[in-house]
Design a protein around this ligand. Structure first.
Ligand SMILES: Nc1ncnc2c1ncn2[C@@H]1O[C@H](COP(=O)(O)OP(=O)(O)OP(=O)(O)O)[C@@H](O)[C@H]1O
Length: 335
């Protein structure tokens, strides 16, 4: 999981409520997994071939932003292979010994899901090379000149590594994966399918236009779509008759300050300052941050990535610049 943020509805990392609810909403088989057609087809082939050979599947690397379905896919891989799954993450493995303990307790064919694999420590990473290639590790016992390496055979297993960007991985590690799948942001129509499926599981009645309204505000991310659906459900239950129409969804998300483009209060404050105070820029990041009363890092890491992706803001060598779409989005005329 990525950094937690309990306060932003449109953050793509998991918060504590997500963690509790997501298990119930996860698709359990490849054909329930919405979108990502290419990765799905490629994985279907890789897994079917391994099953036919009666072997464990090749190691799989999944790249893509938070909330796009990497954990879900790893569980599906295990389910499709009829294998158990062990879940851990790079930051949890600080010493080679931590990894050795996990690897040596794997059973034959087991899937090991290593989230944020790019954040593993160097010694652990080197141990992983050998484990992936030869299903063997050298466990070092003792220290100094008396230290000895005891070779340990491992049962064949499938490593599923997840990272936000495959480019963050050192090439020797990247090369040891037999298959790399990249997860893209989802199209609104795909998010609508995610929403209808989740609504069914949560017992929420929703009309197609209601799902479309939520999908358009979900930043291409299923986790955000599912989270907005839960807030819309709250609103529908308390302020309406429980049925999610387009209007109910729009009113609910207005209350929670997520606008029609999926921007929240912070995103809009940044755009607003850029347009109104600096006439669309260019303006330096620090100046912009002071203008919205936030830390520089918050503006840069929390608000900007989506504003850039949405084509509303550009980072230039001279500073931040608003695009024509930004003026249109806030309903302002360019002076
Ligand atoms: N393709 C999909 N179809 C249906 N639901 C999906 C899909 N992808 C993700 N989801 C839902 O979105 C939520 C988040 O997915 P998941 O935990 O797999 O994301 P992740 O990429 O592993 O994120 P992180 O990197 O933060 O751990 C889950 O509840 C899952 O049900």
């Amino acid at each position: 999981m990525t950094e937690q943020d309990d306060t932003r509805l449109v953050d793509s990392g998991a918060d504590s409520e997500d963690t509790a609810v997501e298990a119930a909403l996860r698709p359990r088989a490849l054909d329930e997994f919405v979108g990502q057609e290419r990765v799905r087809e490629q994985l279907t082939l890789v897994l079917s071939a391994a099953r036919q050979r009666g072997a464990s599947a090749d190691h799989v690397l999944l790249s893509g932003g938070p909330g796009l379905g990497k954990t879900t896919l790893s569980m599906i891989i295990a389910a499709e292979m009829g294998a158990p799954i062990r879940i851990t993450s790079g930051p949890a493995i600080q010493h080679a010994g931590d990894l050795a303990a996990i690897l040596s307790s794997l059973t034959e064919g087991e899937v090991l899901f290593l989230d944020e694999i790019h954040r593993m420590s160097r010694p652990a990473e080197e141990m992983l090379y050998m484990a992936m290639e030869d299903f063997r590790v050298d466990v070092v016992v003792g220290k100094g000149p008396g230290a000895t390496a005891i070779p340990l055979e491992l049962p064949p297993f499938t490593l599923v590594g997840a990272t936000t960007r495959a480019g963050l991985l050192p090439p020797p590690l990247r090369d040891r994966f037999g298959f790399t799948g990249h997860l893209d942001f989802y199209e609104p129509a795909e998010l609508e399918r995610v929403l209808h499926r989740s609504a069914g599981l949560l017992g929420v009645e929703i009309e197609p236009a209601g799902a479309a309204e939520i999908a358009g505000r979900s930043r291409g991310t299923p986790r955000i779509a599912n989270r907005l659906l839960r807030r819309v459900r709250d609103f529908a239950q308390v302020r309406a008759d429980g049925f999610v129409t387009r209007e109910v969804a729009a009113r609910a998300l207005e209350v929670f300050e997520v606008d029609a483009g999926g921007l929240d209060r912070l995103d809009r404050a940044v755009l607003h300052a850029l347009l109104k105070l600096f006439d669309g820029g260019p303006v330096g990041l620090s100046t912009l941050a002071v203008a919205v009363g936030e830390e520089r890092e918050t503006v840069e890491e929390v608000a900007e990535p989506f504003l850039v992706r949405a084509g509303l803001l550009a980072r230039t060598p001279r500073g931040r610049v608003a695009t024509p779409a930004a003026w249109a989005h806030l309903g302002l005329n360019r002076r």
